[in-house]
Structure formats: C-alpha cells, structure tokens
Design a protein around this ligand. Sequence first.
Ligand SMILES: *[C@@H]1O[C@H](CO)[C@@H](O)[C@H](O)[C@H]1NC(C)=O
Length: 294
Amino acid sequence: MISWLCCAWTFILLLPGLSDGGKLLVVPMVGSHWLSMQEVVEKLSERGHEVVVVLPEVSWQTATTQAYTVKTYPVSRTLEELDNAFQQYVAAHLKEMPSPLKVLELYKSSVHVFNTFFTQCRDLFNSKETLQYLNQSGFDAILTDPAFMCGAVVANHFSLPFVFFMRGFPCSLHYTAPQCPNPLSYIPRLFTFNSDRMTFFQRVENALISLLELVYCNGFYEDALTLSSEILQRDVSLLDLLNSASIWLLRFDFVFEYVRPVMPNMVFVGGINCAKKKPLSKASPFFSKLCIFR
Ligand SMILES: *[C@@H]1O[C@H](CO)[C@@H](O)[C@H](O)[C@H]1NC(C)=O
C-alpha cells in the first residue's frame, strides 16, 4: 500500500508542468566520470530543469548536445600537459618495482595528476567573467562530481546547496565527511586487503593505515586546500569543504561494499559508470584509460 502511494506521488511529481523546474549548475569531472553524469544531466534537463555545465576550454570532454547550456572558461594548461600527467599516472600503475617504491611512485603520480587538473579550478576562479556569470545566474543548486574537489570549492564559494554524484574519494572521505561511524574493528581500509573479519594484528594494521588516510588525502588535495583557503578567507580543511553536501549519490552498489552504517543522505545509485556500451573510438583512448580512476 505504502509503496503504491509512493509510486503515485513520485509519478505526479515527475509530470512535466506540475513541478517547477529548478536552475542547476553542474561542475563535472573529466573522463569516464562524465560519461555517466552526462546521462543524468540530460534527464534532468528533459524534466524541465535549466542546466548549465561549466567546463574548462581545454578538456577531454566533448559536450555536444542541445540538452543543456555549456559555459566554458579560459585555462592555462594545454591538452598535452593534461595528457602527460595522466600518462605518467598510468605508467606508474604499470611499472614493476618493489612494493614500498611502487606505493611512493603511485602516490607521487597521483599528486601530480590531482594538481595538474586542479589548476583548471584555479583558472575558473581567475576568470572574473565566469565568476560573475555564475553569481548572477541565480542557481538553485550545484550537482558535482567532486573527485578533483573543484565543484565543492565552487559550491562553498557561492554558498549554494550541493549534491555529490560520484564513485567515492580516496581515504574514505565519502564516509568521514557525512560523519558515518567508521569502526576499525570490522571495516577494512583501502589497500589493507583485509576482509571485515580481521585478526588482532590485521586490526592493528587497519588502524595504522587509517592514520595514513588523514595524511595522504591532504597531499592529493593540497592545491585545493590552498585555493579554497584563499577564496573563502579562512583555514579550510577537506572536511569543511565536503561536510555540508546535501546528498551523496554514490555510484556504487552495496553488494560490493562491506556492511557498515551510512547516513540517510547517502544514496547508493549503483554502478552506472561507463553506462554507454558503445565500443570506444580510436580517437579517445583516454576515456578507456580513465576508467582506472573509478
Ligand atoms: C555576487 O554578487 C553580489 C552582488 O553583486 C555580491 O554582493 C556578492 O558578493 C557576489 N558573491 C560572490 C560569491 O561573488
């Protein structure tokens, strides 16, 4: 009975004309992330929302559609520089070397990728014209994939409500920012390769790695933290940038996750990354490589 009522109401709310469309700003993330987000953005636009996607002038995205407005801003990095950073990142994954060195190499190349792409966010904030446009457009909300953190910085700058649509952060930020309990006793941390049933020593290992989590994400997002502290004119931490997200639409499925408590504003929307099943064209090999980012 309740589910019927629910369905009926959802249906009525979705009827075009009965609900007023809102004005949505989309700050996407490059590569495979955008492939799935694009589908959602097109649907939102079909349902009568006015959607503006803000994009760097140079990017891997090819946003050719009438469904939404694209607002671009000038950038300082060339496509070649972006490609190089990403190639280094991929090469670091493929390189054979002893474990501790490999971890260091992966860390260094990840920091490099994050910083290289984050310069595009700095470019956005350097473009007075774009900022003015965004400020004057009167958006109701922001939808963003915050993997490189730019959407979160923009949302905090304009004090707009924001919704995350993402595959998750490194260092479990998507659990710590919404303040989920994250018990070390049965939630294995990334890279420990433990299961949810740990021996005493595995728990100790889990605890040590969870201490590292606090450190390595600050490295990935160092530039994001510097920029946001500058523009918000206060000391900003990663949790400050993320914890006021209204909804977390998480692009993974609970069957792949260990049992754990989550907050009511976290919604598991399933693995819809790379939703388009067409074979990849030769012209865009980076999209296929970018799936590693998931
Ligand atoms: C947006 O514009 C208004 C009016 O011009 C101004 O007062 C406000 O500071 C601007 N906000 C941001 C975040 O730039």
